[in-house]
Write a protein that binds this ligand. Structure first.
Ligand code: UD1
Ligand code: UDP
Length: 359
């Protein structure tokens, strides 16, 4: 019986799990990893396990893509079977994907204690599948690890007891610190793409609200393409977005999704980042690169408050192009450590270790 069964399934979860797995190992906790198979392309999954030294998943359910209900339901069934067989002392889930929700539901129904890393994030937009996943997971969990004070306060205001919440900082910052030097040594992406530091903008788009709405996606691509007349725009395309992107945009440099070491290299050397990704917004801040978020709201409000991030929603009348120009040329605001000290994973492993050793 493993102390902890970690459930992951989507790209950002592999990255978040890496420092925590390392901390479990250092503290002598046994961990088994269950991959739901939500992401399955080599460059959306395997590459992260290889680059980030994450233990190979003990179980891979191979669920793949599908509508929310079918995908989450198949995961729930598969996870339950493994939990019944392996009886871990605790289940650990990350973030807000369908894999997170399925893991949370499977655990609580079997009365297995549940821990949630990246708890308390809110966009207050229930049309996002992620918002529903987070709220349900937070309220099912027995241990919550909010990364920021804002997240901690959200949980408090929803009636969650202080006794089960631990403000730790953000494990993505831990990962950025742990792999920053390795990326510098290993990544050849800049020379492969003929890029120079500060000579390009990095763009990513994958949110359902943007990719599944042609008018919103067009507003984003039009603005990026026009910006691309004067500055290179490098665009690693998420597989969700690929079918919706017309080839007509001559000023955009489309590339396949890249591994983490190449991605952080692209981020750290960009003049500007334009994205609708949660993780990429934070990484822009870690590397002190200004960011434009292509959404109406963000869960990472401290980035906007600190002025490292500006919202440019792809709605009628919104001046995305103007915001890209302003953010790239504007003054750099003061920088702090909004996401902790790089020891979030160690703190999380300690709390979980104390809890499972009492069982
Ligand atoms: C999911 C998460 C989202 C997270 C994102 C990280 C949910 C509801 N959404 O969105 O919160 O920000 O992961 O990247 O859980 N596809 C492939 N190959 C893959 C994976 C996906 O081709 O390896 C394509 C399929 O066409 C699939 C589509 O991408 O239908 C969407 O994948 P899915 O996992 O359902 O959602 P994401 O958009 O990736
Ligand atoms: N990422 C990556 N390669 C890419 C795009 C993103 O390694 O081509 C990393 C990125 O550095 C960050 C994480 O994936 O750590 C963010 O995942 P994503 O944008 O898919 O999801 P979100 O954070 O929005 O849930």
């Amino acid at each position: 019986m493993a102390d902890v069964l970690t459930i992951v399934g989507a790209r950002p979860q592999f990255i978040k799990a890496s420092p925590v797995s390392r901390a479990f190992k250092a503290q002598g906790l046994s961990e088994a990893i269950l991959h739901t198979g939500q992401h399955y392309d080599e460059n959306m999954s395997d590459v992260f396990f290889e680059e980030l030294n994450i233990p190979r998943p003990h179980y891979n359910l191979g669920i793949g893509s599908g509508h929310h209900g079918a995908q989450t339901g198949r995961m729930l069934e598969g996870i339950e079977e493994i939990l019944l067989k392996t009886k871990p002392k605790m289940v650990l889930v990350y973030g807000d994907t369908n894999s997170t929700l399925a893991g949370a539901l499977a655990a609580v129904k079997l009365h297995i204690p549940l821990a949630h890393v990246e708890a308390g994030l809110r966009s207050f937009n229930k049309k996002m599948p992620e918002e529903v996943n987070r709220i349900l997971t937070d309220h099912a969990a027995d241990l919550l690890f909010p990364p920021t004070e804002t997240a901690y306060k959200h949980l408090l205001s929803e009636g969650v007891s202080k006794d089960i919440m631990f403000l730790t900082g953000d494990v993505m910052y831990d990962a950025a610190l742990q792999f920053g030097e390795i990326a510098k040594q290993k990544s050849k992406i800049l020379s492969d793409l003929g890029l120079e530091r500060g000579g390009y903008v990095l763009a990513t788009v994958h949110r359902a609200e943007n990719t599944d709405d042609p008018a919103r996606l067009k507003r984003i691509l039009d603005a990026l393409d026009e910006f691309g007349q004067n500055k290179k725009v490098v665009f690693p395309v998420h597989p969700r977005t690929r079918p919706s992107i017309p080839d007509a945009y001559n000023n955009l440099i489309y590339i396949d999704p890249v591994g983490y070491l190449d991605m952080v290299t692209l981020e750290g050397n960009a003049a500007l980042i334009a994205t609708d990704s949660g993780g990429v917004q934070k990484e822009a801040y870690f590397y002190q690169v200004p960011c434009v978020t292509l959404r109406e709201e963000t869960e990472w409000v401290e980035l906007v408050e600190s002025k490292w991030n500006h919202l440019a929603p792809p709605i009628p009348g919104s001046d995305i192009l103007g915001q890209l120009r302003e953010s790239m040329s504007g003054q750099r605001p003061p920088h702090g450590n909004l996401y902790g000290n790089g020891d979030a994973a160690v703190k999380i492993a300690k709390v979980i270790g104390d809890r499972v050793s009492k069982k």
